[in-house]
Design a protein around this ligand. Structure first.
Ligand code: HEC
Length: 403
């Protein structure tokens, strides 16, 4: 029996991570919606204790949810806590970052020519995740936290500093994932260290027959609101590695911030919509910001490529043998049936670039990964030069003619 490929483990962990994340974010959306949809319940027997109620219909059943201002007079025997979704998402996310970026540090975490050893890169990665939580938590406990705007500004500066700092040390895709992991860790730690403990204090007080301190609920609510705004930016960061147009640009850390802000803004609009305070222009404005960002982030193309596309003959497409020589020098160490690059057993993503047919067939993907962006060669492990990218670009612009 041969051992199955490690990719199966990656798949299992990623699948689990996605499912747990859907459960967590889904229930979080649901509770935010519910909080914003409560209406007063003056006829309820418990009216003076209630913050409001909401009626819902779903899947053929009617649901009636009542929210208490602080807590009910007597606790029910069965109380459901929402926490495993968050913990499972975090644990599987950490397993995934370990498998892909920390165990694969040489290929995925550190760019070619990095002065860092793999273990140093991993140590910085771990420190960035843990350190972000410590700084954020201190900010929330500082006097700054009395002013919502000031706290939001400070958190933004923290994220910007993290993104910029990591962009100097890590590959673009690793930087995006680490910022996402740091924010995700803050979200889970908010649940584990603040929201749940405060709920436990409230429950303990109730069991002793004392009135719970409303501050406990408020602190939990503050962190829970933060989590709401982190959600959409974090989800973007988690899928960003499919989009080299975002992470492999020169200003990638600014781009990450901008997309994060748009995500937080969209979340804000949704919250406002529930309370009826959203304006009709808000969503189109967010969409416009996204379009403008896409335009601003698109690099100017080398003039030669434009010339080739216009069919101008003084910039003829590079002859195929030159193209193939570049691919052989820069890509096939990994993208071959039997890669020679250490750490690669199989051609990554099944992409093989050895024969002319394989190269011609993949021309569009080659352009996406190695011409309009420098996502490939991974971490520029083979030292590809800009001139070589330009030659590939001219060949593709001329319609990727076969030999
Ligand atoms: C150091 C190894 C390495 C080198 C060298 C390398 N690649 Fe890759 N390539 C990878 C890995 C790893 C992936 C899979 C990335 C992932 O999992 O998202 C990949 C994926 C790809 C993909 C598939 C992307 C997709 O989304 O389907 C293409 C196309 C590609 N590489 C093209 C190139 C080209 C062109 C070159 C040379 C200019 C090159 N690669 C050099 C490691 C390498």
């Amino acid at each position: 029996m041969t051992l199955p490929d490690i990719e199966w483990l990656h798949l299992a962990v990623r699948w689990f991570h996605l499912i747990a994340g859907v459960a967590w974010i889904g229930s979080s959306f649901y509770f935010v919606w519910q909080d914003d949809s409560l209406v007063p319940a003056p006829d309820d027997p418990d009216a003076d204790r209630l913050g409001g109620h909401v009626w819902m219909v779903h899947g053929g059943g009617f649901y009636h949810v009542r929210k208490y201002k602080v807590a009910p007079a007597r606790l029910p025997d069965h109380l459901h806590w929402f926490k495993w979704e968050a913990y499972a998402t975090w644990a599987s996310g950490m397993a995934l970052i370990t498998l892909v970026y920390w165990l694969g540090a040489a290929a995925y975490l550190l760019p070619a020519g990095s002065p860092l050893a793999a273990w140093q890169g991993v140590a910085i990665g771990v420190a960035s995740v843990v350190g972000s939580w410590i700084v954020y938590d201190l900010l929330c406990r500082s006097p700054l936290a009395r002013h919502e705007g000031a706290l939001a500004g400070a958190v933004l500066v923290l994220v910007a500093a993290l993104a910029y700092g990591l962009s100097l040390l890590f590959t673009g895709r690793a930087m995006f994932i680490h910022v996402g992991a740091a924010l995700g860790t803050i979200m889970v730690a908010n649940v584990a260290m603040v929201i749940i403990p405060n709920q436990r204090r409230m429950v303990a007080a109730l069991l002793k027959g004392e009135a719970p301190d409303p501050v406990w609920g408020q602190r939990g609510k503050q962190r829970s609101v933060h989590n709401t705004y982190f959600t959409l930016p974090v989800l973007f960061m988690m899928i960003s590695n499919h989009y080299p147009i975002t992470y492999s640009t020169r200003w990638n850390w600014l781009l990450l911030l901008a997309i994060g802000l748009i995500g937080a803004g969209v979340r804000r609009i949704f919250v406002l919509r529930h309370t009826g305070a959203a304006k009709a222009w808000m969503m189109p404005l967010a969409a416009l910001a996204f379009v403008l960002l896409a335009v601003a982030a698109t690099p100017a193309r080398p003039p030669r490529q434009d010339a080739a596309e216009a069919g101008q003959s003084d910039f003829p497409a590079a002859p195929f043998p030159v193209v193939q020589a570049i691919i052989r020098a820069r890509c096939t160490a990994c993208h071959a049936e039997h890669p020679t690059m250490a750490g690669f057993e199989e051609p990554p993503q099944g992409v093989i670039l050895q024969t002319p047919e394989q190269i011609v067939q993949r021309a569009e993907l080659i352009e996406k990964m190695a011409v309009t962006t420098d996502a490939m060669p991974l971490g520029n492990a083979t030292g590809m030069m800009p001139e070589e990218r330009a030659i590939l670009g001219r060949w593709i612009a001329a319609g990727a003619p076969p030999p």
